[in-house]
Design a protein around this ligand. Structure first.
Ligand code: SF4
Length: 337
């Protein structure tokens, strides 16, 4: 810690740097925030909330996701129950186009502006691209909602095709800090993921990139990850907390505690003042219902409604009700188109 930081305290510095000037915290500064004692948590959450309101406004982006192709992935991401390399109880399955359209309709009915089509693959093959092509066209014809895709690593031709289909956002998570990635995935590299993100960014599609906290990384690596995301500067960051799945190599890892999860969310908000920061998977087991509200008042400004990919999330109605109680309007579709 620098002498100035020690004298002023990191939250005083953050108030001026992030809240007033809109400049995210550096890696070292994020580390100081992550090391704050639990007694400072309320103060930290209040500042993160102020930053979110100042630089993003009160709107909350609501998104639904659907799994087009579930399970049987050849990769070995140690947290993932969809890997075909582990004994997780997730069976490989494909969704047909009418079911995809139905899921998009249900998502739109909750007031959501985003619908993300997800496939458990290393990257799309010809069959998957054909399904996506048909699915996107059918949704666009019948449902008014933005379409995002999450289909793994892409070639330049695939990036170009998604742009021509009108896909407006692409999700590809870096998952964790570069220095921790080899302990999480061995079948591909962090740099390969970064390459896809670079192509997506250059294509004009919005970049959605986040990761999972609680995969055995150190506090220093959490700060490193926040800084790497800040360098990428994605439009949206989905923050997940590990929900250890049976049969995966990370099945026995401890769950991140509620206070630590909230502290991490707030620290990431201070590193990424303008980003859509989304509560994603794992939130129920780390935070529970009460924590979900605290997160919305501690830097988060987007939620996923309904089911996650392999585990059940909170019902959509509960989330929408919570946003109403918090007087946070749902971001309208026309504001994002
Ligand atoms: S590439 Fe995606 S679906 Fe495949 S194992 Fe990794 S996280 Fe799971």
């Amino acid at each position: 810690m620098t002498a100035t930081a020690e004298r002023l305290g990191i939250l005083t510095i953050a108030r001026d740097q992030v809240l007033e000037r809109g400049e995210g915290l550096s890696e070292q500064q994020v580390l100081q925030v992550l090391r704050l004692p639990e007694q400072r948590l309320d103060e930290l959450l209040a500042l993160a909330h102020e930053v979110r309101m100042r630089w993003c406004g009160p709107d909350v982006e609501v998104e639904g996701i659907v799994s087009l192709k579930t399970g049987g992935c050849p990769e070995d991401c140690h947290f993932c129950s969809q890997s075909g390399q582990f004994d997780s109880p997730v069976r490989a399955a494909w969704l047909d186009v009418p079911s995809l359209v139905e899921a998009a309709k249900q998502t739109a009915a909750t007031g959501a502006s985003e619908f993300c089509i997800v496939a458990a693959v290393r990257g799309p093959d010809a069959r998957l691209m054909a399904q996506v092509r048909a699915g996107v066209a059918a949704i666009n014809a019948e449902v008014g909602i933005n379409i995002a895709c999450s289909l793994g690593m892409l070639t330049q031709d695939q990036v170009d095709e998604l742009v021509s289909l009108g896909v407006h956002r692409y999700n590809h998570n870096l998952e964790t800090a570069r220095s921790h990635f080899p302990a999480v995935v061995t079948t591909h590299s962090w740099e390969e993921r970064w390459d896809t993100l670079r192509m997506v960014r250059e294509s004009g599609m919005e970049v959605c990139c986040g990761g999972i906290i609680g995969m055995g990384e150190t506090i220093e690596q959490r700060a490193e990850f926040a800084a790497q995301l800040a360098e990428l500067d994605p439009h949206e960051v989905p923050l997940n907390f590990l929900n250890p799945r049976p049969g995966t190599p990370f099945a026995e890892l401890p769950v991140v505690s509620g206070p630590q999860a909230l502290q991490t969310i707030a620290a990431f908000r201070l590193a990424l003042p303008r980003t859509i920061l989304r509560f994603a998977g794992g939130r129920e087991i780390t935070l529970g219902d009460l924590g979900a509200r605290q997160g919305m008042l501690g830097g988060i400004n987007a939620v996923i409604v309904g089911n996650y990919l392999t585990t059940l999330g909170r019902p959509a109605a509960a989330d929408i009700e919570m946003l109403t109680e918090l007087q946070m309007p749902i971001k309208a579709l026309n504001a994002t188109l």
